[in-house]
Design a protein around this ligand. Structure first.
Ligand code: ADP
Ligand code: MG
Length: 689
């Protein structure tokens, strides 16, 4: 068991003075004692007992102790260190394909060694390959509790992290805040639960630990869900005190003219969500609504209708998108729909500067521009709205905390609060969304427009690249268009670019007489816009792009998408990319080119893509595939919603937290507040956004 020692993380040293592991802990967000106390093990190792060698079972991890009777380097056929270990009951081989001089030093004949690993029936009898091992004295004490294995990083050794967690656990303020009535029966106090999870006794059920069903785990999940519910209830109470412009839908006005001019009919689902939104907009209280729908479900037209209602009522509407390409698409589409009806639409992005920008900002301030579309440029300081009635945020999860806060602040300058509509293509199941987002009304488009043929997804190993390129030729010959998405090379935009440029050259050579375009994040936006418009008009047959096209690009004639190195992409990102095809009536194909060897989770992702087109199902599987470790990064950015609870698994616990939150706020506001502070701390601002 790790001993409590001076906490290596404790001294408030300046960043420059912190050691490598300390900096690695900072990076993981492990700064305060409470952060470390809440950093839970991924799994455990059992060093509490010794198994006689004769009792080892093939495939069952175990710890043994014995004497080294022989150690030598062999070539069979690879150079390796082979060690014979013997106890009273039998003999075992330890095999090391990678080893250092230090291995040879500890594993000398006569040494007493404790080794832990998974025994296998090998050719030369029972063996462990690369076991953990240490030299021990006869009768050395065994661990008193299971050994935690924490989510970590390469710069942060487990042993270091274990010590840091153990000592932080002793210091962290873990007193019971909640009154007994606010905690479901059978769940242990928080301090007890955490000590148990970090250092479970040898008798603990591994299964209950690993599937998180143990009451100690349940307590943590419950705490988290309760904090989340409380903070949302507060936000809702605060919002209810504010007034917003009541904007009733007027029949016969812009809204109806727009519908009449649309070349298609709304789906029943679109009709329903438009009604939900219109009902909210008619109230003198700010709407706070999430519109979710799979890629291609037609959220833009719903946004346009909400804008029309706002403009009809004499107010302005702002539409903000996370990237310039996406904002531009919205701009084109909405201008195409609304300009003929006499609506002035302003366009604000980072690349629009100088006089053009000043003129735009003036039109917004005077209220002449009724609809304002853009990127974060919409929330810059100098942009003032005359009468902002509705703010729409597309792909809202892609905006950072700071940007969402800035939006709120921008909107708060008037005496009336504008309505807020957030849109997302990363759905969570509807009933869960409703109880989880206590502070958010949710509208779901659960149906695609008619006439879509589901996209067929095919997996190809990348040695079949030539075959894929000839398929592109065939597609283009039929007047269709093709996207080729280049791989994501983390932390290297330069390599991204190089790869995209090479692919572009290769495809241009393979498709003489066809226009093949290139689009990447580093291009000046005017150039990006020019490329996009050539592709949108159909002149350009193939578009080679980095992930800049990930969200929102809409070119219905594109029927083939190739994603290179698909194994490097996350599941929801792949689904978003695939959503760029299958937008017209033609049968579309998405080819996922991969290169092996694939990690188990990469295999799961690719399989999920091949098996389903349903965004809800994809979202569910994504949660399954991403282990708790992978939430770390997201947690830092403040965007991971939950660290411990799982919306799919813990629906019952969520329901209890929801009910308890309402009671607690009424009966013990002080405890409610202290609880939220402990759990959400710096994320409080974020939740208000
Ligand atoms: P997303 O929900 O992914 O933002 P879009 O709003 O871009 O989807 O819509 C995808 C495509 O479907 C667009 O070309 C849009 O014009 C078209 N579309 C939307 N609603 C309908 C409908 N009811 N019938 C036919 N086509 C529709
Ligand atoms: Mg969209």
């Amino acid at each position: 068991m790790p001993e409590a020692s001076a906490n290596p993380a404790a001294p408030p040293a300046k960043a420059a003075e912190r050691s490598g592991p300390q900096r690695a802990m900072d990076k993981l967000g492990l700064k305060r004692d409470i952060d470390l106390a809440l950093h839970l093990p991924l799994r455990y190792e059992d060093e509490t007992r010794l198994v006689p060698i004769a009792h080892l079972r093939d495939g069952t991890p175990a710890q043994v102790e014995g004497q080294v009777t022989d150690a030598r380097i062999e070539q069979r056929p690879r150079r390796q260190l082979v060690v014979r270990l013997r106890d009273d009951s039998g003999e075992l081989l330890l095999r090391f394909l990678h080893f250092y001089p230090s291995h040879q030093k500890s594993l000398v004949e006569g040494a007493r060694v404790r080794a832990r690993g998974e025994p296998r029936d090998g050719f030369f009898g029972l063996e462990m390959v690369h076991p953990q091992f240490k030299a021990v004295d006869l009768g050395a004490p065994l661990a008193q509790s299971l050994t935690p294995v924490y989510p970590s990083s390469a710069q942060l050794p487990q042993a270091y992290l274990r010590k840091a967690v153990a000592s932080a656990l002793g210091r962290a303020p873990l007193h019971e805040i909640l009154p007994p009535g606010a905690v479901p029966h059978g769940l242990p106090p928080l301090r007890e639960a955490l000590h148990w999870l970090h250092h479970p006794p040898p008798s603990a059920s591994m299964a209950a630990l690993e599937d998180h069903s143990h009451p100690a785990w349940q307590r943590l999940k419950y705490e988290e869900l309760l904090a989340q519910q409380l903070s949302q209830l507060w936000a809702r109470q605060e919002r209810a005190k504010l007034g917003a412009p009541a904007m009733p839908r007027r029949r016969g006005a812009l809204h109806d003219q727009f519908l009449a001019a649309l070349p298609f009919q709304l789906t029943a689902a679109q009709q329903r969500v438009v009604d939900e939104i219109a009902t909210d907009l008619a109230l003198a209280q700010p709407m706070h609504r999430l519109l979710q729908g799979d890629v291609g479900s037609g959220k833009t037209v719903v946004a346009a209708l909400a804008a029309a209602i706002t403009i009809d009522a004499g107010w302005q509407c702002a539409l903000m998108a996370p990237t310039e390409i996406l904002a531009e698409q919205h701009f084109r589409k909405l201008v195409q729909w609304l300009a003929p009806l006499g609506i002035e639409v302003a366009w604000l992005t980072g690349s629009r500067k100088g006089k053009a920008r000043t003129a735009m900002v003036e039109r917004v301030a005077s209220g002449q521009a009724r609809l304002v579309i853009g990127t974060h440029a919409v929330i810059q300081k100098d942009v003032q709205f005359a009468r902002l009635g509705l703010a729409i945020v597309d792909e809202q999860h892609r905006f950072g905390v700071a940007q969402r806060l800035a939006l709120r602040e921008k909107l708060a300058h008037a005496t009336l609060e504008p309505h807020l509509l957030m849109m997302s293509a990363t759905p969570i199941p509807r009933t869960l969304a409703m109880s989880y987002f206590a502070d958010l009304a949710v509208s779901t488009i659960d149906e695609l427009p008619p006439g879509r043929t589901p996209v067929l997804t095919k997996l190809f190993a990348d040695n079949r690249r030539a075959e894929v390129i000839s398929k592109i030729g065939a597609e283009v010959a039929q007047g269709r268009q093709v996207y080729w998405v280049c791989p994501l090379i983390e932390e290297s935009e330069t390599l991204d670019l190089q790869n995209a440029t090479e692919t572009h050259a290769q495809l241009s050579a393979a498709l003489p007489g066809r226009m093949v375009g290139l689009l990447h994040g580093r291009m000046p936006s005017a150039e990006k816009a020019a490329v996009m418009s050539l592709f949108a008009s159909g002149e350009m047959a193939v578009l080679v792009a980095t992930t800049v096209i990930e969200v929102g690009v809409d070119v219905p004639n594109a029927s083939l998408m190739v994603i290179e190195h698909a194994e490097r992409f996350g599941l929801s990102q792949l689904h978003q990319l695939r959503g760029r095809v299958g937008r017209g009536a033609t049968a579309s194909v998405c080819v996922l080119l991969y290169s092996g060897p694939l990690s188990p989770s990469a295999k799961d992702r690719l399989r999920a893509m091949a098996e389903t087109n349903d965004g809800f199902e994809i979202a569910r599987r994504d949660l399954d595939i991403r282990g708790p470790g992978e939430f770390m990064g997201a947690r830092q950015s403040g965007d991971a919603l939950l660290r411990f609870a799982d919306l799919a698994e813990d629906a019952a616990l969520l329901e209890r937290a929801r009910r308890a939150a309402a009671t607690l706020i009424e009966q013990d506001a002080r405890a409610a507040h202290a609880h939220v502070e402990r759990w959400l701390d710096s994320r409080l601002d974020f939740l208000k956004a």
